[in-house]
Design a protein around this ligand. Structure first.
Ligand SMILES: Cc1cc2nc3c(=O)[nH]c(=O)nc-3n(C[C@H](O)[C@H](O)[C@H](O)COP(=O)(O)OP(=O)(O)OC[C@H]3O[C@@H](n4cnc5c(N)ncnc54)[C@H](O)[C@@H]3O)c2cc1C
Length: 474
């Protein structure tokens, strides 16, 4: 695995030439001065050390549990449905608090992907192999692995049924099945994704194909769409739009002038999750000639004429059909949760098949011995690994509280983050709460495009994911 990627714009020209043309004064200019670079590094490193020190103190404190209490927890059988970043982080966190705890993980896949790296695969910064891990290498000693799918949840009997028919009982269950793309949500998208003009970055194979498509694009109409409903990493469809624009601009052969770049979204703006950042992003990308089309929902794709069919909604609620021809299409269907969750007893009406949890305690609203983590949980928070970093200790801590018959003392505050890769070598790093208020703005400098946070995204976040989160140091 190559952890040492050091690419910016793979077209060779880098992105910063674009910054010169940008009128936004917050945008870093070509050839960032040494003083400024040192300042960023100083702020960043100092802030990270402070935050890291505070975090480590909190982490140590949260592990405090007496020997007698730990013995009580060891008598409990934990089952974790889904062994990705959510399930694994909770499992590791539990085992850090209570070594020897009885933890079983049900996960069918042999290969784990660092999905936040898919954007960088699509952008040609990572190779596909850079995001692959053997699933087995992620389990700690003490975790039991059932390599199978959950077929059904039977919460009244405290058990799950696997696809091969095994019955697995539990005292406490954590559900971390994630969300999946729903290709039934857009007519003909499956077939379209098989053609040479359409791809997306939401699975590894397609992200690699996307990269090839972007690299060989010779100009014409490029379109990108944003789905409806909840979205895994709600910033990724935008990020790949901006990076592609920068890639084509950076080629320097007139390609950018030959490319008509369009972003279609059903929402009223580009990044509504965080209005303060959106205020900066919209003029930034519009100045680069990316056309944003609001209130547009992708309904169908006609591959024979290379046409995307959108429904446009007007302010008074009227709708009309908009047909857009394309030469290049980053096409996104909607998302849904896996079948045993969306069609089973752990969801409820009105939450799109997600796990019904209290958004602060992350405990199931009906079954107190079930907790949820990650993308599949109906918390209203962004569906990102950054969210899981904050949720996993809450889930582990509250399960221990419940076992010890204490009030649940851990509360998830909605914190999430998203590194907005605005162009090669530049990132706006954000962390925000349920309401979209920026958090730790002083540390992240969240209203600026910085080189520091680009480097952090490319070089450090994967290590944090693999070595900090999956080892339970959260
Ligand atoms: C293109 C892209 C870019 C992203 N960028 C970022 C980013 O910059 N920053 C960030 O923080 N996050 C980012 N994310 C989001 C992040 O990857 C997800 O939020 C995270 O992976 C969710 O983890 P999870 O454990 O909840 O679900 P997942 O990682 O989706 O895992 C779910 C697991 O459940 C298993 N499973 C499914 N069905 C069953 C079943 N029936 N039985 C048993 N197991 C089952 C699956 O095999 C899988 O291992 C990005 C994601 C994508 C796709």
């Amino acid at each position: 695995m190559n952890e040492e990627n050091n690419k910016t714009n793979p077209s060779g020209s880098g992105s910063n030439s674009n910054s010169e043309k940008n009128s936004n004064t917050d945008t870093p200019k070509e050839g960032i001065s040494r003083r400024k670079a040192l300042k960023y590094i100083g702020y960043g490193t100092g802030g990270l050390l402070l935050a890291g020190g505070g975090g480590f103190y909190g982490y140590r404190k949260s592990l405090e549990i007496s020997g007698a209490e730990a013995d009580r927890v060891r008598k409990v059988k934990f089952v974790i449905a889904g062994g990705s970043i959510g399930g694994l982080t909770v499992a590791a966190r539990l085992l850090r608090a209570v070594p020897g705890a009885d933890v079983t993980i049900i996960e069918p896949k042999s290969e784990h992907h660092y999905q936040p790296g898919y954007t960088l695969v699509g952008a040609g910064v990572y190779n596909p192999d850079d995001v692959k891990y053997e699933q087995e290498s992620l389990f700690h000693s003490g975790m039991k692995w059932v390599k199978d799918y959950v077929e059904a949840f039977e919460p009244d009997q405290n058990r799950v049924i696997t696809r091969s028919g095994d019955i697995i009982s539990y005292d406490y269950l954590v559900v971390g099945l994630g969300v999946e793309t729903n290709h039934d949500s857009v007519e003909n998208i499956r077939e379209a994704l098989e053609t040479d003009y359409v791809s997306n970055i939401y699975n590894l194979e397609k992200a690699a194909k996307y990269r090839r498509m972007a690299d060989t694009f010779e100009g014409g109409t490029a379109i990108f769409n944003y789905p409806t409903g909840y979205v895994k990493c709600g910033g990724a469809p935008q990020k790949i739009t901006w990076l592609s624009e920068d890639l084509w601009r950076g080629k320097g052969n007139g390609l950018r002038e030959r490319a008509d770049i369009n972003f279609f979204t059903p929402r009223h703006t580009v990044f509504p999750a965080v209005p303060k950042v959106d205020d900066i992003i919209v003029p930034l990308v519009e100045a680069r000639g990316i056309k944003n089309h609001y209130h547009h929902t992708l309904k169908a794709i006609d591959t024979s004429t290379r046409t995307a069919i959108f429904e446009q909604q007007s302010e008074n609620g009227d709708t009309r059909e908009v047909r857009q021809r394309y030469d290049f299409f980053h096409a996104m269907p909607n998302f849904r949760t896996p079948k045993p969750l969306r069609e089973g007893p752990l969801t409820r009406e009105g939450i799109g098949g997600q796990l019904s949890v209290d958004r602060h305690t992350l405990q199931h609203t009906q079954f107190p011995n079930i907790f949820g983590v990650g993308d599949n949980a109906a918390t209203g928070a962004a569906k990102t690994a950054a969210t899981i970093r904050k949720q996993a200790p809450v889930v582990a801590g509250n399960m221990i509280d419940a076992i010890l018959e204490r009030d649940l003392s851990n509360s998830y505050d909605g914190a999430s983050g998203c590194p907005l890769l605005t162009r090669y070598g530049r990132c706006i790093m954000t962390e925000f709460d349920f309401e979209g208020n920026l958090q730790q703005e002083w540390l992240f400098q969240s209203t600026r495009e910085t080189r520091f946070w680009w480097d952090f995204k490319v070089h450090a976040l994967k290590r944090l994911y693999r070595h900090v989160m999956i080892n339970g140091y959260v």
